[in-house]
Design a protein. Sequence first.
Length: 246
Amino acid sequence: MAMIEFDDVQKYYGDFHALKDINLKIEAGETVVLIGPSGSGKSTLIRTVNGLEPVQDGRLIVNGQDLANRKTDINRIRKNVGMVFQHFNLYANKTILENIMLAPRIVLKRDEAENKKFAMELLDRVGLADQAEKYPAQLSGGQQQRIAIARSLAMKPKCLLFDEPTSALDPEMIDDVLNVMKDIARDSNMTMLVVTHEMGFAREVADRVIFMADGQILEDDSSDTFFNGEPSNERARQFLGKIITH
Ligand SMILES: Nc1ncnc2c1ncn2[C@@H]1O[C@H](COP(=O)(O)OP(=O)(O)OP(=O)(O)O)[C@@H](O)[C@H]1O
C-alpha cells in the first residue's frame, strides 16, 4: 500500500477551491518535491497530509488511514508523519535537548535514558551535538532548522513533510540544512514530501517532481524526466525556465 494516496481530493477555504481533483500516490521510501508559483496550493496540499488542513471531499489515505474521514484519529497519523516548517517552531523556553526529547517522552512514553541517548545521536547526525544545553535563540536560523529536523526524527516517523524549510534562512545557512535533508532522503525507508524552490536538491535527491498551479497538479514526473527531458505541461516548462535562470 502507498504511504500517501490522494483520490479526487477537494479542499475549500470557504468558497475558494484551493485543491482541485488531487490524485497522487507516494510510495514508502520515495522523496517527492512539490514546486509551483506562489499561491498554487503547495502548502495547503502538504498540510493536508498530517491533518493540519482538513479536506472536504475524496479519499486521503496516509499510512493506511483516511484523513477525509472525520472519525480518523489525527494524533495517530501525526505520530508517524513529522513536519518541518519554514519558521522552525522550536519551543523558545526549552533547551535544544529538551526540544528534541519532549514529544517522544510525552507521546511515545520513551524511557528517559533511551530518549536522551537517541536525542544526542540525532544532534550528532545534524552536526550540533555541542549545542544540546543552549536555547533556540542562541542558535542561528540554519542551526535551529537542523534542530527542528532532529526533533521530527526523534519520533521515528515513517514520513517527513517539509514546507519551504530553507526559505527563511540566510543563503550561507541553506547548504547545511539541505545536506541534512539529503542524508535523510538517502535513507530508503523514509518517505519525504518537500515543498522547496531549491532545484539542486530536487535534481540530486528527488525521485519525483510535482508541479502545481491554481490548486491542480499539472505535472508529475520522475526527477530525471523533469530536469533532463522536459515537462510536457507548458506552464511547468515556463516555471522551470524562470527558476533556473534566476
Ligand atoms: N487559511 C486560509 N484561508 C483562506 N485562503 C487560504 C488560506 N490558506 C491559503 N489560502 C489560499 O489558498 C491558496 C493556496 O495557498 P498556499 O499557501 O497553499 O499556496 P503555496 O503554493 O504554498 O504558496 P506560497 O509559495 O506563496 O507559499 C492561495 O490563494 C491562498 O491565498
